[in-house]
Design a protein around this ligand. Structure first.
Ligand SMILES: [Zn+2]
Ligand SMILES: [Zn+2]
Ligand SMILES: [Zn+2]
Length: 765
């Protein structure tokens, strides 16, 4: 029971400043109710930095308020810090909610978009509720945030809802501290909020409102491809059970192999598609609602073309009322793939969608709530008992990540593939949503838009730019054009620093950084690196034996080229006549002559230590994929092939005399070739290869003499490699750091660049 305050009692007054994700989540009404309950006077308000409270009352009640505040905070809020100071009592007797102010630096957190809460879903499904079947229902616990914000502090006038005037009923909810929609900025209803429309493939209106939704469901049932405007952009949707429709979608998108994600109505429906562990169930049904990679259930009834040759399936649950209603109306799971061409950023505007997706979508289900910025679906997997991100966007961006120290504002521009940028704001890294591969003009435009957006939103112009050392990356060139002081960060050093920052660890650690491509300090392509150090500096203690990539970049799409590079390095040009090996046989004798010349001369065959290309080469020699549609495809095939019963390993050891030590894959390659010639099952070869890598990792770690090992780089999206390396290193007494808040792939590079740049700038005189 709250102690009651009587006139004449001693009173104390506190000023409390709260940092974190505390705006737009019902924090002020929560504070209001708690203060009322404890008979406290004072006020609460939003400002640029978060929430500020002044409370006044008996010392017992004030203490009780401080105790309960963090314990009972609203579900969607995150408290990063609470600071309170005693001030003089004013003998106030009421508690009020003050209007937002714009005082202070803009460091309040913008929340990510949150999946619809159970209370809102219940209203949407309740025939007596005024929001029955309303696809834009939301409250302070759920709904759009990041995808509608145009400025801080977070208020309706600074969102894309500004153009929708609330009706009297919505206004009353918005103004009542006792209502779940008190200051719910996107609050709306069928009378005053956004509306749906269905357009044909040319953008001509066919239906509006609920009729549009029903007609879209009918079209999906008939096998049509429907572009659906969601929270952070367009999805292309099609009946996931319909072989013909899925093939048509693939043909129109010219995307043949890359797995497509599937949206299920709810957890029960997801369990019909994949094996769902307890952790995976929590992830699927979380507010972040990412695509979760599940083990596919045999006979789950999905079309073959959804994820060909892949034992896993990316599944997400409907996370907005629109998707709940659509999935409810179809009654079957839908393919939900990005509304874009290849790796371009997703469309967010309906007119742009019609022009970019014309010829792909038969229908467009659109609405008139503008999307402020593109936010893709996040992709995650539960690995070693924890959710790990593969792509960080909806539900996670722009949640900040704590940096080890406060410093000047730095912008990190990321790498080239899976580009993400990050901005340091005081002690936090604001890591952007996934932008994509910087190959297309659209991606480069999106890259500039996201940078402008972050800097404007936090009103934090950078004083320096951190970039990759690769001179030809579009991100590097953009940094060079900026005119600001530059901090070049070696690619794999950024990976290690990212893994440390991700784990709030200072280091030093042995970073085992394996990926496809990263520019090395010796101007060669690195990618099988063992770096000892921290954010300040690293020493390269070991790497994979270098080999040459005939055709350079072409090797990314053609694992057979990596195979030839490995074979010629180990056995000489004679290996180019080994027609019994699939990658050799796949080239004509003329092509082989060109490759032989390239490998013995200096033309277009760069040296590399890339672990990703070693995976590719071994996969190709084992007969898995001479060509790839996307980077990592052949490596994934090799991972999926692993026979778990096979525990022995190929030889792969480091030389003891060289510095850095060189892991020679030569004997391993000989054994693989022998096994292929003996017709050893591919599952055995794949297992022996993975086991060899794990043993080599432990061997180098033992020599390096550092207790902490950080695993980073795109190769550690490989679950077999990661889980086995984690188990073996842990058994040998090492503390192992894996990524948690950012992906191990190049989507995590910007965070690492920030960490390195902060350290370098802090150490300047
Ligand atoms: Zn809600
Ligand atoms: Zn209304
Ligand atoms: Zn990388």
């Amino acid at each position: 029971m709250a102690p009651t305050r009587r006139p004449g009692d001693p009173s104390s007054r506190l000023r409390i400043e709260i940092r974190g994700a505390v705006q737009g989540v019902g924090f002020r009404p929560f504070v209001y109710r708690l203060a009322k309950e404890l008979s406290l006077a004072g006020w609460v308000g939003n400002d640029n930095r978060g929430v500020t409270i002044e409370i006044e009352g008996s010392p017992g009640s004030v203490d009780e308020f401080l105790r309960r505040l963090p314990l009972e905070r609203p579900p969607a809020s995150v408290i990063a810090g609470i600071v309170h100071t005693g001030i003089a009592p004013t003998l106030a007797t009421t508690f009020t909610i003050e209007p937002s102010t714009e005082d202070g630096a803009k460091i309040a957190e913008i929340l990510p978009d949150l999946a619809t809460c159970p209370a809102c879903i219940a209203e949407v499904l309740d025939a007596r509720d005024r929001r029955h079947r309303y696809p834009f229902t939301n409250c302070t616990h759920c709904g759009p945030r990041f995808s509608i914000v145009v400025g801080l502090p977070y208020d309706r006038s600074r969102t894309t809802m500004a153009g929708f005037a609330m009706c009297p009923k919505c206004t009353a909810e918005y103004a009542s501290p006792d209502d779940r929609r008190f200051h719910a900025q996107p609050n709306a209803c069928p009378d005053c909020g956004p509306r749906l429309a269905l357009w044909d493939g040319a953008g001509e209106a066919l239906a509006e409102g609920d009729a549009a939704l029903s007609a879209a469901a009918v079209a999906l049932r008939e096998g049509a491809i429907v572009a659906v405007k969601g929270l952070g952009g367009f999805h292309l949707m099609v009946d996931a059970r319909d072989d013909e429709a899925v093939s048509r979608l693939r043909a129109r998108k010219a995307r043949w192999a890359k797995p497509l994600a599937v949206m299920a109505y709810g957890l029960d429906e997801a369990k019909l598609l994949g094996v769902v562990s307890e952790d995976e169930a929590i992830a699927l049904a979380s507010q972040e609602a990412p695509i979760v990679l599940l083990e596919r259930l045999p006979g789950c009834g999905l079309a073959q073309g959804v994820a060909p040759g892949n034992p896993r399936l990316g599944v997400m649950l409907a996370a907005t009322p629109l998707h709940h209603l659509l999935l409810g109306a179809t009654g079957f799971p839908l393919v939900a793939t990005s509304g874009n061409l290849s790796e371009e950023p997703i469309c967010i505007d309906e007119r742009e969608a019609v022009s970019r997706l014309c010829g792909i979508a038969d229908r467009f289900l659109v609405h008139d709530r503008p999307i402020a910025r593109h936010v893709d679906d996040s992709v995650a997997a539960v690995v070693s008992g924890r959710l790990r991100l593969v792509r960080r966007a909806r539900g996670f961006a722009p949640r900040p990540i704590a940096l080890p120290a406060s410093g000047p504002t730095v912008l990190a521009v990321g790498a080239h593939l899976k580009n993400v940028v990050a901005l340091s704001v005081e002690r936090r890294a604001v890591v952007s949503q996934h932008i994509g591969d910087m190959e297309t003009l659209e991606a480069q435009v999106a890259f500039e838009r996201v940078i402008g957006d972050l800097v404007a939103m936090y009103d934090a112009p950078p004083v320096a730019i951190a970039h990759d050392l690769h001179p030809d990356y579009a991100s590097t060139r953009w940094a060079q054009r900026s005119g600001l002081p530059l901090v070049g960060v070696q690619h794999h050093h950024a990976h290690l620093a990212s893994c440390l920052a991700d784990n709030q660890a200072e280091g030093p650690a042995l970073g085992i950084v394996w990926d496809g491509t990263g520019f090395g300090t010796d101007n060669t392509v690195w990618g099988g690196e063992f770096l000892l150090g921290d954010a300040a500096s690293v020493t390269r203690v070991a790497h994979l034996r270098p080999f040459r990539l005939p055709g350079g970049e072409a090797a990314v799409r053609e694992p057979r080229r990596s195979a030839l590079g490995l074979l010629v390095a180990a056995f000489g040009v004679d290996a180019l006549s080994w027609d019994d090996l699939a990658p050799v046989a796949s080239f004509s004798s003329r092509q082989r002559a060109v490759i032989a010349a390239a490998l013995s001369g200096d033309t277009n065959s760069p040296w590399t230590t890339s672990a990703g290309r070693l995976f590719d080469g071994i996969a190709a020699i084992t007969g898995m994929g001479e060509r790839s549609e996307f980077e990592g495809q052949a490596a994934m095939a090799l991972e999926f092939a692993v026979d778990p019963a096979v525990r022995d390993a190929y030889p792969l050891a480091g030389s003891s005399d060289a510095n850095p030590s060189v892991l020679d894959w030569g004997p391993l390659l000989s054994s693989v070739v022998d096994d292929v010639r003996r017709r050893t099952p591919p599952g055995t070869i794949a297992a022996r290869f993975h086991n060899a890598l794990v043993a080599a990792i432990v061997g180098v770690a033992e020599k390096a003499g550092c207790d902490t090992v950080a695993l980073s780089g795109g190769c550690f999206q490989n679950r077999v490699l990661t889980e086995r390396a984690l188990a073996a290193l842990t058994a040998s007494g090492f503390t192992v750091l894996l990524h948690r808040q950012v992906p191990p792939n190049d989507g995590g590079i910007a965070l690492g660049q920030l960490a390195v740049a902060s350290r370098r700038l802090a150490s300047l005189p």
